[in-house]
Ligand binder design. Sequence first.
Ligand SMILES: [Zn+2]
Ligand SMILES: [Zn+2]
Length: 518
Amino acid sequence: MDDCTRLHPICSSNIPKSQPTRIIDVGLEATVQNLCLTALKDDRAQYVALSHCWGDTSTILTTTKDTIEQRRRNIPFRELPRTFQDAVQITRALGLRYLWIDSLCIIQDDKDDWQFESGKMADIYLGSCLTIAATASYDSTGGFFFNRWTSQPGGIKSNVETFEYHRTFHGADVTIYTRQGLDSGHQRISGYASTSTNTAPLLQRAWAYQERILAPRMLHVHMEEMFWECKSCTICECGYLSWEGKHLDRNKWSPIRDTLNLKGRIALAVDEATPVEDVHTMWLDIVEEYSILEITKESDRLPALSGLAKFLSQKVQSIYLAGLWESNLAIGLLWHRCSILYSSCFRDKLSNVPSWSWASIVRTHQSVDEKNQLNHITYDEVRGGIIQDPRLKVMNAACKVTGTSPFGEVSGGTVCIEGALIIAKYTCSLHLARPQVLYGTEASEVHIDIWEPGEPAEVLNGEMVFCLLFGMSGYNFAGHALILKAVGVNVYRRVGYLNLDSKLRWFDNVIPFVVNII
Ligand SMILES: [Zn+2]
Ligand SMILES: [Zn+2]
């Protein structure tokens, strides 16, 4: 941490001015037993933030309207769950006095306070001098200090055992201490959204995603080892990762996928010299990763990404529409579900997220297993950009947000587009590998947005659907279109995505038509 603050200028840049309203004063002495909620008096005061899984929300220690006064007077150390206690110890050991924990620093049953503070969440993590992540803990009882894990023959994980031997060596009694080798956890750094089901629960949580990206410095405590991640370097305890600032050289930086340090990419993204197209491409990666993650309340899907969207909006300078940027709509709308055939997902009937937003899709199985990974949102076909069809024109796009933040929850939205539109027949049956649309005598496979066994499909076998052409890929001339279903006079809902291979001629001589997609 000392190296980072002294030697990495980029890690100390872009610190927001707003600070958390409340913070926990942990005292500086290890023996202080009474903590309290307080306000930061000095706007340069440094604080540590905690990133953690809540687990069972009914048992986690929180601040409410009833307990706020009491918490201001005293929070007894012994009453804190283990993760919080360990976080207090780490804060003190770093010589710092203030700690931010969401469940205690936000009044949980005060809707206004929650909305106001959660709107500042991005700034709170951005402004922390260190965020400590209880990566291996499912809830607030897991803590940071635990027995490490190692792998046993057969791939079984167990706690590291220690051994003690007493020997006589040249007439002197000696004690030899040994332990099993530590396992490594650094492989999980490569994807931001981890897919390790039981080893790193925090990495699967949607809320923790932007915390991880926005915090300038993070200490991840995995079951096997710790790793440090800042905007300039990623280092793990075992020494395998000791990667320093490779991508921070502007000339070498590119918004490719799987770049190790997304923190560094985000830091550079808002840099003046970065082309905004690179940020748009990065956003597609972010959506892909984020769509895999678990969330308790699906209505939080957009709010839990709002801090990151707000942060990038300073660069993108465009209206944010339910997880898409207005200035990149022609690509942003072309997501599809990367599914193994007929894996289950649906649109929440209670949610009013427009059908054209990726955030309208809910995966049925919330756990991130291998099968489900294939059921995420992808921009694979259009990441490299498209040659827009000359008839395509985004006329207008708007969303209604439910709260005060333009990046938060939405209740409806319309995209009005003019483009080449054809009517085709949707067919799906068990003998087909994939659903198709038929146009004349030709068929093309489609990616249907939802598939939920036992529930009525959005589009039925034999139904007529509309295909709206967006453009083609420059490298293989494959066409990209959305499949729409009419739900009113000139009003449509998105039901799928169509990759047209070589059948672009379907749209030859088609006169453009204006559609409103909701
Ligand atoms: Zn650094
Ligand atoms: Zn390692």
